[in-house]
Design a binder for this molecule. Structure first.
Ligand SMILES: O=C(O)CCC(=O)C(=O)O
Length: 355
């Protein structure tokens, strides 16, 4: 396959929050203070009923008994978020991958620096979407890498990863693609989308992985682990590596906490899916909060349509759902513009809307 590395963007280089949090500080530096609304502690307002989808039943279902498919459609329409159980990923792979991610964040700083972002490219350790020196920063470090398709990877970054992590990441990425494609296929079925259009859009999709580390924070009410945003991709699969809560979604105007459920993956609809479905499925704003006692870790895998495709409402759906609500742009342009901005709620999707 021809090698066609793509530089999707850059982000200003910022200090490691994991290192900062090791200092005996009682106040966080000004740049990490977000002056916005009150941030509820994780137990303030837990969300008991994020819909749970059994992927095995969903795929096994005969077309005349479609309760799991209805559940998926309702969850994607009304919540934009759900949990997936019986996803078929082996426990040993999940455990091995988790161990390697934990180990990577434990590497000494001198080793991490070899994997740090470079000025002209945002892949590696650091923070994404930092576009100015004045911008508020999140209370977290992350490692971001493009994983699929293989020919657009930054292969020199991959080669610098510890060998076992690289192997586990490779296997994990393939499993994430399998699960994402299975869910997208079922969404297409529930929406009545043309199967060929669906497969052309997604079969060779763009995938990237973001590993998040949120250290304990001395002033958790004033900081954010991850600023409010919706995801630019089609579908995100979140693997919460420990049982510390922190993910919050905006539901009916309120921030509510998603409790990690052992064995379940949290899936959310991204902006691409809102665009492709012409607004039938909604991407939902979410954020991560931090706490003073426990670290938290998660891995988000982003699956988007294929490079080389044009992004816009699916032609087979526009006929059913009235006028086109979003602009049409090449996927590469869409992603590059997304990464060039400060993350700000759903503002990028608003930009994609037609008046
Ligand atoms: O860590 C979390 O719970 C949220 C992560 C997230 O939103 C992301 O990586 O895009």
């Amino acid at each position: 396959m021809e090698n066609h590395k793509i530089n999707f963007g850059r982000s200003l280089i910022v200090p490691s929050v994991q290192e900062l949090a090791k200092q005996p500080i009682t106040k966080i530096p000004h740049r990490y203070v977000h002056h916005d609304d009150h941030h509820p502690a994780p137990d303030d307002d837990p969300l008991p009923s994020l819909p749970v989808i059994d992927l095995h039943s969903l795929l096994a279902q005969a077309s005349d008994s479609c309760s799991e498919l209805n559940k998926l459609h309702t969850a994607s329409t009304h919540w934009g978020f759900f949990q997936v159980i019986n996803h078929g990923i082996s426990e040993s792979l999940l455990e091995d991958f988790k161990r390697e991610v934990l180990n990577m964040f434990k590497l000494p700083m001198e080793d991490k620096l070899k994997l740090w972002q470079e000025e002209d490219n945002h892949e590696g350790f650091g923070q994404l979407f930092v576009v100015s020196e004045e911008q508020k920063l999140d209370w977290s470090d992350m490692f971001y890498i493009t994983t699929l398709p293989h020919n657009i990877r930054q292969s020199q970054l991959f080669q610098k990863l510890p060998l076992i992590l690289r192997e586990k990441l490779e296997a994990y990425s393939m499993e994430m693609k399998r699960v994402a494609m299975a869910i997208l296929g079922q969404m297409g079925k529930a929406l009545g989308m043309d199967i060929e259009e669906m497969s052309e859009l997604f079969q060779d999709g763009f995938q990237s992985v973001r590993m998040n580390y949120y250290p304990p924070c001395p002033q958790p009410d004033m900081a954010l682990g991850f600023s409010p945003h919706s995801d630019a991709d089609a579908l995100t699969i979140l693997y919460q590596l420990n049982d510390t809560a922190g993910l919050q979604i905006r539901k009916d105007g309120k921030w509510v906490t998603v409790k990690p459920q052992p064995g379940a993956l949290v899936v959310n609809v991204g902006d691409i899916m809102e665009i492709v479905t012409n607004g039938v499925y909604k991407s939902v704003e979410h954020r991560a909060i931090v706490n003073s006692n426990n670290e938290r870790m998660s891995v988000a895998t982003f699956y988007s349509s294929s490079m080389g495709t044009e992004l816009g409402p699916a032609r087979s759906l526009v006929a059913q759902h009235g006028a086109t609500k979003f602009r049409r742009v090449p996927l590469e342009t869409y992603l590059k513009e997304f990464f060039a901005r400060k993350l700000d709620g759903k503002s990028y999707l608003d930009f994609m809307k037609l008046d």
